[in-house]
Write a protein that binds this ligand. Structure first.
Ligand code: ATP
Length: 361
């Protein structure tokens, strides 16, 4: 990765006795789309506010382009923030809302016209420049808020749940648009959301926060395919977490015991290696499991036998609920083309060993 543009170094924020952000270190590269993802109260907004300058860290430092910035007032940092409640000026036109910051900074009229025109075009609002915010849809208002931040040409744009107020369909459209725009303008985005699907769709990297700490940082694929902890596996997407015991862990391979059967998986990423006999979890995504035909035994696959409890049709897939002989419940996603199975039927369930991840307690 290129040298980092923005760096949080052991940043902590306390409110009285309460630790909202706990010793967070994170380096963000120029042009990166980094998402702070986490449950409500995990410290995402507080982290963003410290980068913006609305809150000061209790301890630690924030650096940008080789300069410490954590003590600078917000307007002296080369960052802009877009909030969920767009906070547009209701009595001003779209154009004037976007031009406001530049006017305040006494930028020359001709330059204001040029820059406002440019960003309105970028967010596809040039036709609506004379309208008032109340004459716009939620998505259009969000674009104005975005244009108002982009017009300042910040090095870093901070976005706090910017799509939170939009309905699901518009939200999905805006996710793609925003991602496209970010690639186009090349500005570094630090994006806050509690929506894991949104984070997976948009980010170059995700920092998953839990109780003020960063639980894991990685690309969407790393976080999804190689969760570092049970919490991450559970938070991102849907997964089967099976109680297991270690038979042997060597290098990046683990052999586990699930209901008395030997199951191969990836060893835990980092952390102390659990000892033989130790209690661990096996995470397997529902979509990597398949129902095997009689006698079918693909190389490198684990196989378990279970009983079908229920199949729930969900359009593009069928969610199959199964139970192993020892009582462990499983969910498997079956493609519509999969062979029909009926409740009560015994089936063989297979998945590639490398697609299961052993997670320490
Ligand atoms: P959400 O998704 O709900 O916005 P979040 O992950 O952004 O959550 P923060 O807003 O950063 O979480 O809050 C982290 C914790 O710090 C919460 O428990 C919150 O109650 C607490 N907190 C935030 N601001 C303050 C404050 N000014 N005074 C006291 N506690 C605060």
């Amino acid at each position: 990765m290129t040298a980092s543009l923005l760096e949080l170094r052991s940043v902590t924020k306390r409110f009285g006795d309460f630790v909202a952000v706990d010793n967070v270190s994170l380096a963000i590269a120029a042009g990166e789309f980094l998402t702070l993802l986490g449950a409500s109260g995990s410290g995402k907004t507080t982290t963003l506010r410290m980068i913006a300058g609305f809150d000061l860290p209790t301890a630690g430092e924030i650096w940008m382009e080789g300069q410490s910035i954590h003590l600078l007032p917000p307007y002296k940092r080369n960052v802009n923030t877009v909030f969920q409640n767009y906070a547009l000026f209701p009595h001003m036109s779209v154009w004037d809302n976007v031009a406001y910051g530049l006017k305040m900074r006494r930028v020359a009229r001709a330059e204001i016209d040029e820059r406002v025109g440019q960003v309105l075009e970028m967010v596809h609002l040039e036709q609506l420049a004379r309208r008032a915010p109340r004459q716009l849809s939620g998505g259009q208002q969000q674009r104005v808020a975005l244009a108002r931040a982009l017009v300042n040409r910040p090095k870093v744009l901070l976005l706090d749940e910017p799509l939170g107020a939009l309905d699901l369909k518009l939200r999905k459209e805006m996710q793609l648009e925003l991602k496209h725009l970010q690639t186009q303008v090349g500005i570094t985005f630090v994006y806050v959301t509690h929506d894991q699907e949104e984070a997976l769709t948009m980010s170059n990297r995700i920092a998953l926060m839990r109780a003020g700490r960063i639980e894991q940082v990685g690309t969407p694929q790393e976080i999804y395919d190689r969760p570092a902890t049970k919490y991450v596996a559970d938070f991102i997407g849907e997964t089967n977490l099976l109680s297991a015991r270690v038979r042997i862990i060597a290098g990046d391979r683990a052999t586990l015991d699930v209901e008395g059967q030997a199951i191969d998986a990836q060893a835990p990423a980092g952390g102390p290696v659990p000892p033989a006999g130790g209690q661990v979890w096996l995470s397997v995504r529902p979509e990597v499991m398949t129902i095997l035909r009689d006698g079918e035994s693909p190389p490198g696959h684990n196989v378990l036998v279970g009983t079908v409890e229920e199949g729930i049709y969900a359009g593009s897939l069928t969610r199959l609920r199964l139970r192993l002989a020892g009582g462990t419940a499983l969910v498997l996603h079956m493609a519509p083309t999969g062979s029909a199975v009926a409740p009560g039927q015994q089936v063989r369930i297979g998945w590639p060993a490398a697609r299961g991840v052993c997670l320490a307690e």
